[in-house]
Structure formats: structure tokens, C-alpha cells
Ligand binder design. Structure first.
Ligand code: ADE
Length: 256
């Protein structure tokens, strides 16, 4: 997968992604990060890329020409027009589902704004998706783009050591992930749950599923309700596990 990032701070993108799992994916040729400096497309002799806002208001806005010309040069080089994601708090909230959708692209462009944002005409011209990583305002789109690139690239086949772990974890079935433990068996008096040492895979799977239900109800009741609503299988499961059902309703009523 090739990710083309249009930014005023290419080193921020490169430095962050050249480490750890994404760094290894780049070395293996599974992921290519092409950080493009929008400033290289400035028409100004001082390489200025921003200007005051029409209508007044504090701060400077990124100009349309360098942004669009950086994109034009990219499309010309690629011979196609890849999807362009603009990182902005004025966008749809990023999710695992969106990450899965973007991971299918062979080429993906991410546009990062800085200062007060980007002239809307540039966005109208090139942007296909507007993504927010949450309801807060960052100083620029770069950190947000790194979140998106990280979540997308780990879904690219071969990037994770064990690709299965991408679909047994939080959100794969609408529930949060169960707790996990490694050696030693006892740490500061806290023991690893007995069932995980039993070697009984069926019991382990069942314990994990129950822990996922409990954690989702506790930390993300909204997700739990979405998961359990109209879910015949879970109703049937609770018929056989009355205590668990009671525990979960206590959690949902915040009695624990
Ligand atoms: N740029 C500034 N704030 C942002 C946010 N919350 N999400 C995505 N891009 C942003």
C-alpha cells in the first residue's frame, strides 16, 4: 500500500512511521510512505503557503494553489487520482470500519492542514473523505493522519506478525478485547486467572468471551447495547449463564 501525505511537516510523518511495526512494514516493502511537502509548491519567493482569511478572523489559512498543485503533481506521477482523505475535526469520526475500508486502497492520499485550516475551494477540488479522530482540536492534521495510517497499515496483509490478531481483537465483533497476561504467573500478589493455565481451550474461549462482554458493558455501554440489541445468540447464551446476565445488568445499572 502506498500512502501519500500532503503536509507542511513531512519529517513529522516520516520520523513517526519509520519506527516499530510500520517501520518494519516499510523496510519489507509492504508499506510505502510518500510525504510530500506542500511548501515545495508555493508560488511565493519566500515559500509562503498561508494568507489572511477573507471576512476577517484570527489566524492564517493555507492557500488553495500549493495544495492543489501538490496533488496535481502526484496524480500526474501516478497516472490516476487516488482517494484523498482530509484530516479535520469537521469530518466523520474515524473507526475500525473506516480503517478496513481504507486498507483496501492501493494508493491513498492524506491531506493535513495547519494554522486555521485550508481554503475551502482546495478541499472542494480534491477531497473525497473528511475524517476526524475525535471531538477535540489539534494544532494540525499530522498527528491525526498518523493515527489513521497506523490503524490502516496494520490491516495490510503481512504487516502484523500474526494476521489473525487483527481480527480477534477489540471491535472485530463489536466487543472490546478480553484481558491478557504473560509470565510470571504471580506478579505483586496478583495471579493469572486459573482458567488460562488449564490448557482447556474451550473453557479459555468461553472465559474470554465473558470477559469481553463484561468489559464492554463497563467501559463502553453504548457498544454493548449495540451488540446485544436484537441478538438472539446472546439471549440464548444468557439463558445458560444467568449469573453472567445478572452481573452485566448490574454493571449497566452502575451498581458495581
Ligand atoms: N485536525 C485538527 N484536529 C483534528 C481532529 N480532531 N481530527 C482530525 N484532524 C484534526
Amino acid at each position: 500500500m502506498r500512502v501519500h501525505v500532503l503536509t507542511l511537516f513531512p519529517e513529522m510523518i516520516e520520523n513517526a512511521l519509520n519506527t516499530s511495526i510500520t517501520g518494519r512494514a516499510i523496510e519489507k516493502g509492504l508499506l510505502e510512505i510518500d510525504a510530500i511537502n506542500i511548501r515545495d509548491y508555493s508560488h511565493d519567493k519566500h515559500f509562503k503557503v498561508d494568507d489572511y482569511t477573507y471576512g476577517g478572523g484570527a489566524g492564517l489559512l493555507m492557500k488553495a494553489e500549493p495544495v492543489c498543485e501538490a496533488y496535481d503533481a502526484l496524480t500526474e506521477k501516478l497516472g490516476k487520482k487516488p482517494r484523498v482523505v482530509f484530516m479535520t475535526p469537521v469530518g466523520e469520526t474515524f473507526s475500525q470500519k473506516k480503517a478496513e475500508e481504507l486498507a483496501k486502497e492501493e494508493d491513498l492520499t492524506i491531506l493535513c492542514g495547519h494554522y486555521e485550516g485550508i481554503d475551502e475551494r482546495a478541499l472542494d477540488e480534491i477531497v473525497t473523505d473528511r475524517i476526524s479522530i475525535g471531538d477535540y482540536v489539534l494544532t494540525g492534521g499530522e498527528l491525526a493522519s498518523l493515527v489513521v495510517i497506523d490503524a490502516v497499515s496494520r490491516l495490510v496483509p503481512g504487516v502484523l506478525h500474526n494476521d489473525i490478531s487483527a481480527d480477534t481483537e477489540s471491535f472485530n465483533n463489536g466487543l472490546l478485547e478480553y484481558p491478557q497476561f504473560t509470565r510470571p504467573e504471580s506478579f505483586r500478589g496478583r495471579k493469572v486467572p486459573e482458567v488460562l493455565l488449564s490448557g482447556d481451550h474451550k473453557k479459555v474461549d468461553d472465559w474470554r468471551f465473558q470477559q469481553s462482554l463484561i468489559r464492554t458493558a463497563r467501559f463502553r455501554p453504548d457498544l454493548y447495547i449495540k451488540f446485544s440489541d436484537d441478538n438472539e445468540a446472546i439471549k440464548e447464551y444468557y439463558n445458560k449463564h444467568k449469573e453472567l446476565e445478572e452481573e452485566i445488568s448490574r454493571i449497566l445499572k452502575s451498581e458495581v
